[in-house]
Unconditional design. Structure first.
Length: 105
């Protein structure tokens, strides 16, 4: 579960270009359960219809802000767990458990 504060702070980011936000949303929607995503910049460029040089700039911005990090290989990135849909904390586990109980009651 993502904090609403994350979306509010993202909306107020004036130095985060649209291409970086687009790529961030793509990463958030495509990352695995551990918040990893594997892609080549060219493939991401083709998929999102963003110039490859813009993809490169956007990824650098996201890394400099600590939103994503390189994850060992050339084409691997890890989403900061604070921003991921798959992050797991006691609070989110409690919320999920409560929602599941409510659905089956």
């Amino acid at each position: 579960m993502i904090s609403q504060n994350f979306f509010l702070s993202l909306a107020k980011e004036r130095d985060l270009p649209t291409s970086a936000k687009t790529i961030l949303f793509f990463i958030m929607g495509s990352s695995d359960a551990e918040s990893y995503i594997f892609f080549k910049q060219k493939d991401l460029s083709d998929e999102l219809k963003i110039d490859k040089s813009e993809v490169c700039k956007a990824l650098k911005i996201l890394m400099n802000k600590g939103i994503i990090a390189k994850a060992g290989t050339v084409s691997a990135y890890k989403l900061n767990p604070d921003y991921g849909l798959n992050n797991s904390t006691d609070e989110t586990n409690y919320i999920k458990k409560t929602q599941m109980i409510a659905m089956h009651a």
